[in-house]
Design a protein around this ligand. Structure first.
Ligand code: GRF
Length: 216
């Protein structure tokens, strides 16, 4: 079993491709001191992302790295890794980041990349998870915060929250209900990491009690 990180203030990078409501929820949790972290940088692969504007409004460094400006994925990721290392980031939170992260990136931030997915993994991986849940006819869905590994939405699960799915739900109404839970789940999972309470036992996450380490 390994401890993902020792307790202490998290220095975060948030990677987002879209509107950035999860970024905002993390920022708000830090302001309330519910999450002991500092967001060092927001990076987006999409110059039009709402998240960039939100970051700048809050005085957080925002960097656009447009893959179209790089000759290949590797050089794009090298630039990304460099930007995060310059900011001495120790955890990377993917928040609606619409790209798969590569092996070099995962090696540079081993067990230090987390993601939020709008379904109860391993159900409904990939895109349009809320639509997949509605179309399948499940009675419950939710969100998952997990450590990122080489697969898509396959890494060790830190925390999940459940919401009901109603008969008359569509993708949009379910997405809204799930989003409200995402905005709680993400900071709560990161706070467990800040407290040094997250351990990995193979692909399983074990959460230690407050103030107590685990025998390794
Ligand atoms: C969220 O539903 C998240 O779970 C998914 O992408 C969406 C991002 O929303 N990965 P936002 O940009 O944080 O508002």
């Amino acid at each position: 079993m390994i401890r993902v990180r020792e307790p202490g203030l998290l220095t975060l990078a948030v990677l987002a491709s879209g509107r950035g409501s999860n970024f905002d929820a993390l920022y708000a949790a830090i302001q309330r001191q519910d999450l002991h972290a500092v967001i060092r940088i927001l990076v987006s692969d999409n110059p039009e992302a709402g998240a960039i504007k939100k970051a700048r409004q809050r005085g957080i460094t925002a960097l656009v790295l447009n893959p179209a400006d790089f000759s290949n994925r590797r050089s794009y990721e090298e630039a990304l890794i460099r930007a995060l290392q310059e900011q001495e980031v120790d955890m990377v939170a993917l928040a609606g980041y619409m790209r798969l992260v590569g092996r070099d990136f995962l090696q540079a931030f081993r067990h230090r990349v987390v993601n939020i997915h709008p379904a109860l993994l391993p159900s409904f991986m990939g895109l349009h998870a809320q639509k997949q849940a509605v179309d399948y006819g499940v009675c419950f869905s939710g969100c998952t915060v997990h450590i990122v590994d080489e697969g898509m939405d396959t890494g060790p699960i830190i925390l999940q929250k459940v919401v009901p799915v109603f008969q008359d739900d569509d993708e949009e109404s379910l997405a809204l209900r799930i989003l409200a839970e995402e905005h709680q789940a993400y900071w709560q999972a990161l706070q467990l990491l800040a407290e040094g309470r997250i351990y990995l036992d193979g692909r399983k996450v074990v959460v230690s009690e407050i103030g107590k380490g685990m025998d390794l």
